[in-house]
Design a protein around this ligand. Structure first.
Ligand SMILES: Nc1nc2c(ncn2[C@@H]2O[C@H](COP(=O)(O)OP(=O)(O)O)[C@@H](O)[C@H]2O)c(=O)[nH]1
Ligand SMILES: [Mg+2]
Length: 442
């Protein structure tokens, strides 16, 4: 059976942040392995930097050793984790052999700042250390459990190499993607969601990956006032002069309680009646025949997949009116047979989330809770909720963000295939006849 830690997610996260984005792998646990310093040293030698965690009632005392258990440490840092508080102090570098040397007379080693007796389950600390960590004035602290972890950088070169390879394979899969039975040349993806959710930023992020540098074509509304009232359909080229990619991202006006997109307009967008640069008017829903309304849209003009975009930080604060609008929009999609997914943005700015977490974001507890909330409050299936992280103020491309965003895009293309495959036979037959006649003419 796998040996599991007693550290909570929150405690691990706090330590990770204090130690500059490290991840921990459990090497030793006193209650599972032999409670002897010899066994501990055998398991923990040659493992690089380590943390030794002492659980004493509600308190967790942690010793970070920069050189681990093999040699004399350059520095040792002690932490005292109590509830949500974390206190740290640097102590004289300690030799692990001395820390755990059961043969030494523990209580006579007054010159050591920190010493553990595994057999007796007691830690001794100097008065100076006790004061710095605001521990109760008692030099000997008894404990219930002791664990040792190896500390590694969350983003080491091996992981970054793996990410770059994944990024390349996603790019290649999207470049070479062909819509189901070639029924259309490009998949049209509608981005829909509250004002300020990150719809335009998602388009900019995808365009940036294919362009090779960060671009901000679509106006991003940093004040979240919802100024984008135009319907924009964006085709993206692979590189500056490359081929047009097999998808179009359609950026709509944001949903809002008052001045946002009329939910009645969604039906016309889905069916392909609305042209690029159409000016929305929240006071006046679209009526057939108005302006440059497309009277007889073809399959290529329709929306093949929709993405509801939500800011992870405001999912709990959506008003009753907004939730009702979202649910209506979803019903509209079901009616039109359009498949939909959810994009959860801004996870990078959530409390305690660091860049390194983005490589395994679906396992991050606060993100899992957000996904649960979207599922419970809005009724979307958990498997349809995808996490993305948009470019906001960066200058350089980040493979971690690219992998998240490209994975979401790939899921949308696969979902669009489901839509095309599910079209009533009559509709695909007409479309295929039109396609062959266009091909013959050319
Ligand atoms: N940290 C972070 N900020 C984001 C993300 N996506 C969007 N934003 C910010 O959210 C604000 C609104 O974004 P925008 O794309 O204009 O939202 P839209 O109204 O849905 O098009 C801007 O300040 C963006 O920089 C994200 O993934 N992470
Ligand atoms: Mg926008």
């Amino acid at each position: 059976m796998a040996v599991t830690t007693r550290l909570t997610w929150m405690q691990e996260k706090k330590l990770q942040n204090c130690l500059g984005g490290k991840q921990f792998s459990l090497l030793f646990k006193a209650s599972v392995h032999e409670s002897s310093s010899e066994d501990l040293l055998r398991r923990c030698c040659n493992q690089g930097p380590t943390i030794t965690v002492i659980y004493s009632d509600d308190r967790v005392i942690v010793a970070y050793m920069s050189q681990g258990y093999d040699e004399q440490n350059k520095f040792t840092i002690l932490f005292n984790l109590e509830g949500t508080k974390i206190l740290k102090c640097k102590i004289e570098p300690v030799s692990p052999l001395k820390v755990f040397n059961s043969r030494s007379n523990l209580y006579n080693c007054k010159n050591l700042d920190f010493q553990i007796d595994l057999k007796e389950r007691k830690v001794t600390m100097s008065l100076n250390t006790i004061e710095k960590l605001t521990l109760p004035q008692c030099e000997i602290v008894s404990f219930q459990e002791c664990e040792v972890f190896r500390c590694e950088d969350l983003l080491d070169t091996r992981k970054m190499k793996g990410l770059s390879e994944l990024r390349e394979s996603l790019l290649s899969a999207i470049r070479t993607y062909k819509p189901y039975r070639d029924l259309v040349c490009q998949i049209r993806i509608l981005l829909l969601g509250p004002i300020g959710a990150g719809k335009s930023s998602f388009f900019n992020s995808i365009k940036s990956v294919f362009r090779g540098h960060v671009t901000h074509q679509a106006l991003v509304d940093s004040n979240r006032t919802g100024k984008s009232e135009q319907y924009r359909t964006y085709s993206i080229k692979d590189g500056k002069d490359g081929n047009v990619l097999p998808f179009v991202l359609c950026d709509s006006m944001g949903l809002s309680e008052k001045k946002g997109l009329c939910v009645d307009d969604i039906f016309y967008i889905l069916k392909g009646h609305i042209p690029d640069r159409y000016q929305f008017n929240f006071m006046k829903p679209i009526t057939p025949g108005c302006g440059n309304y497309i009277n007889f849209p073809m399959l290529k003009d329709r929306i093949h997949c929709a993405a509801f975009v939500f800011d992870a930080n405001s999912i709990e604060h959506l008003s009753v009116e907004m939730v009702a609008k979202i649910k209506r929009a979803r019903r509209e999609m079901i009616k039109c047979g359009v498949v939909y997914l959810v994009l959860l943005t801004c996870v990078d700015s959530m409390d305690l989330i660091v860049r390194g977490d983005l490589i395994d974001i679906y396992r991050c507890m606060p993100v899992k809770l957000k996904i649960e909330k979207v599922h419970k409050n809005l009724g979307f299936a958990i498997s349809d909720i995808l996490v993305v992280s948009n470019y906001t103020s960066e200058w350089d491309l980040d493979p971690i963000k690219d992998v998240l965003n490209l994975s979401a895009l790939r899921q949308m293309l696969l979902a669009a295939d489901d839509f095309l495959e599910d079209l009533p036979l009559g509709e695909t037959a007409i479309e295929e006849r039109q396609l062959t006649s266009v091909q013959k003419k050319n």
